[in-house]
Design a protein around this ligand. Sequence first.
Ligand code: APR
Length: 246
Amino acid sequence: MADDDSIDIARDMIVRSSKISALTGAGISVDSGIPDFRSEGGLWERYDPHEYATYDSFIRDPSKFWTMGRELAKVLLKAKPNPAHFALATLEERGKLIGVITQNIDNLHQVAGNKRVIELHGNYQRAFCMSCNKEFYGDEIHRRVAEGEIPPICDSCGGVIKSRTILFGEPLPESAMSEAIEICRSTDLMLVIGTSLTVYPAAYLPQLAKNSGAKVILINLDGTNKDGVADVVLKGHASKILTRLV
Ligand code: APR
């Protein structure tokens, strides 16, 4: 667990900062009951991402992704924000946070109250037909998938419906990445929370913020290979640490 001195140093940085940003990963939502990807028992232990979560694998066989999606939706649909999400919403309410950049697709930052949320990897609540581009809402698609329609088929043209979550090998939403870079350039303190920092380009962002003069606080259960970028590393549960900090 993070020692009291590091918590005090981190808290002091938060008090002194007025343009705080957050970069979050699956670890911030583990305390909401959503498994992360690379920890013990994580999603990629049960589903090989090369087979279930790449753009090419989806084109080859969309039922693989939707089989995994069916299991994930059960957890995502009932997940609620935890104290870590609410702590970031509090920082925004206090006018200290300029935005949350998230790799998560679970919508929990928005539910917790954050207004400026940049979703680098999309959101599970939206989907579209790959043939006619018709938009669909997550709830409808997840209901149809839960009832066994795998893959879900467009009712207008019979095309395959794809979630708006970004798969490996799929380009990130242009606007999301440019907005994230703009935040990294203007933030004075980046809180990096619950991410193994193994997937690019998201994993570049703490270094980019640092190069732009920001301080970096890393809050994570395990070590990452980017701990060296941080000014302060706080090991432990994000919900507990952020509650103490904020
Ligand atoms: N509090 C803080 N950190 C936690 C907690 C917790 N309660 N639980 C787990 N963690 C940490 C783990 O130690 C791990 O380092 O969160 C990190 C989660 O890492 P990953 O599972 O790799 O998730 P993430 O970094 O978000 O993955 C990035 O990879 O699979 C793709 O698109 C997917 O967005 C995802 C991206």
